[in-house]
Design a protein around this ligand. Structure first.
Ligand code: DCP
Ligand code: MG
Length: 484
């Protein structure tokens, strides 16, 4: 008779790649708690424990309704003893003692702050913590020799820990498209990572680049990087070549989960003022986006969304940020890497610094405007203010007209595109679960390059994600439902 008991009756499959996991779900309090424990385990390099908490959180994200009592969880997979204990505590007391202790621990806070520096992993952060370095400022004062990535990470720490918005991702996409088309016309650019899953913010922007004539994409990245550098768009970049062919492990059996595509880790200098904006879009308009077919449409669509920003859509997003969607950002602030973003922002005014200017974009005050562009600028300009405000204080006199944004570029040969797309859309747990499903349930090896059938001892070709799911005997899960 108890409402909601049917949850336990519904059978939920145990691999996240068998389930639909939307971005917005019904159990945020519980998943936040579990994510913090997962973060803590990963920072302590206890990967197994981290994955266990992530799987439990992912299960809760896929449930069709809010869990109100532990009895509703009976029969559900993925919930280990430890996770169940935390869930029960949160359900009964509103908080978990262990989670509270973790978030207040000096070590956790320091590890979060230090690994929030681009180029700093858990090992390095732990070494520094043991030396008494707890914050980026401590690190700066310590006089430690830092590598190039870490120096950039420290220099742009505050900005890189501000969430990247969808409209910023779209603006970066236009720059990337200009660069790629300048050096290789006909190349196709796809927005991947969290934004492809429908997220409204991200810690970076990820793009996959390919060309329908296989081989044309070889050596593309250095040319793209040169173009971007010449135009002043890069604050930092590190390019690694394609090592897939030379790899000793053999295709589809990489030694680590890292793939071997030509890749560029970068920090973009994104203009946030009127001029920069027009620069970023101006040239695009002449290239004739409609001529581009196939996969390019995806980028095209993003750009159209960008246009809609100017005429009102983003305004709705803005509203949602103030009400529901900000939960998204808020949640990340408490959980993922973005905890530093939260901390940084909290030292000032809290994430709500987003809200006040977003109210300025209210459609009712601007809907009659004959000049749609300035509406965008209200949003973008807000960033300039916010950035200078967060950066603070003494160094910046007046708002700066640009911000630093982390951007990842990946180049894939056309024949591997579907695998690269699937492998780079995420979420990280969804990817992990796909690979686990492939190995344990299908005797196959999946990577971002290929799918290998170990029983038939052959590679399985695919030109779409749908085909890969079919090879794996899985129902197709669209990107928006891969938010495990
Ligand atoms: N990826 C992966 N394993 C890695 C690196 C990346 O599986 N070692 C895949 C899954 C990720 C995607 O690439 O979803 C992009 O990586 P990000 O770290 O940028 O993750 P997201 O884009 O999902 O999150 P965010 O919004 O924080 O950028
Ligand atoms: Mg990303």
């Amino acid at each position: 008779e108890k409402p909601g008991l049917e949850l336990a009756v519904v059978s939920v499959p145990s691999y996240a790649c068998q389930r639909h996991t939307p971005l917005l779900h019904h159990n945020i309090t519980l998943t936040d708690a579990l994510s913090i424990l997962a973060d803590n385990a990963e920072l302590g390099e206890n990967e197994g424990r981290g994955v266990a908490f992530r799987r439990a959180a992912a299960l809760l994200k896929s449930l069709p309704q809010e869990v109100r009592g532990a009895e509703q969880l009976r029969g559900l997979p993925c919930l280990g003893e430890h996770s169940l204990r935390v869930i029960k505590e949160v359900l009964e007391d509103g908080v978990s003692h262990e989670v509270e202790t973790t978030t207040h621990s000096e070590q956790f806070k320091a590890m979060k702050a230090l690994t929030g520096i681009f180029g700093v992993g858990a090992k390095t952060a732990d070494r520094w913590f043991r030396e008494g370095i707890h914050t980026p400022s401590d690190l700066q004062r310590s006089g430690h020799t830092l590598n190039r990535a870490q120096r950039a990470g420290l220099q742009y720490y505050d900005e890189l820990n501000l969430p990247v918005t969808k409209s910023e991702a779209v603006a970066i996409g236009q720059i990337v498209e200009s660069a790629v088309h300048a050096v290789l016309p006909g190349a196709e650019i796809t927005l991947i990572g969290g934004f492809r899953r429908g997220k409204q913010t991200g810690h970076d922007v990820d793009f996959l680049i390919t060309h329908p004539d296989e081989g044309r994409e070889e050596g593309l990245m250095p040319k793209v990087v040169s173009w971007l550098e010449a135009q002043g768009f890069l604050l930092y970049q590190k390019t690694t070549g394609n090592s897939y062919l030379e790899s000793k492990e053999g295709p589809a059996r990489p030694a680590s989960n890292m793939d071997r595509f030509e890749r560029c880790f970068s920090i973009f200098r994104l203009s946030t003022d009127n001029e920069g904006r027009e620069n970023q879009t101006g040239r695009e308009n002449q290239t004739g986006r409609e001529n581009q077919t196939g996969r390019e449409i995806q980028t095209g669509r993003e750009i159209q969304t960008g246009r809609e920003i100017q005429t009102g859509r983003e305004i709705q997003t803005g509203r949602e940020i103030q009400t529901g969607r900000e939960i998204q950002t808020g949640r990340e602030i408490q959980t993922g890497r973005e905890i530093q973003k939260g901390r940084e922002i909290q030292t000032g005014d809290g994430p709500q610094t987003y809200s006040p200017t977003l109210t300025n974009t209210d459609p009712h005050t601007h809907s009659d405007s004959p000049h749609p562009l300035p509406q965008t600028l209200v949003v973008v300009g807000d960033h300039a203010q916010k950035v200078s405000w967060v950066l603070g204080h003494s160094q910046c006199s007046g708002p700066r007209s640009w911000r630093a944004v982390r951007v990842d570029l990946v180049v894939s040969p056309y024949s591997q595109f579907a695998f690269a797309l699937l492998g780079w859309t995420g979420s990280k747990l969804f990817e992990r679960e796909l690979r686990r499903w492939a190995v344990h349930e299908k005797a196959m090896t999946l990577s971002s390059h290929a799918l290998y059938d170990r029983k038939r001892t052959q590679y399985l070709r695919a030109s779409s994600e749908e085909e890969i799911f079919a090879h794996l005997g899985l129902e197709y899960i669209p990107p928006c439902d891969r938010n495990a």
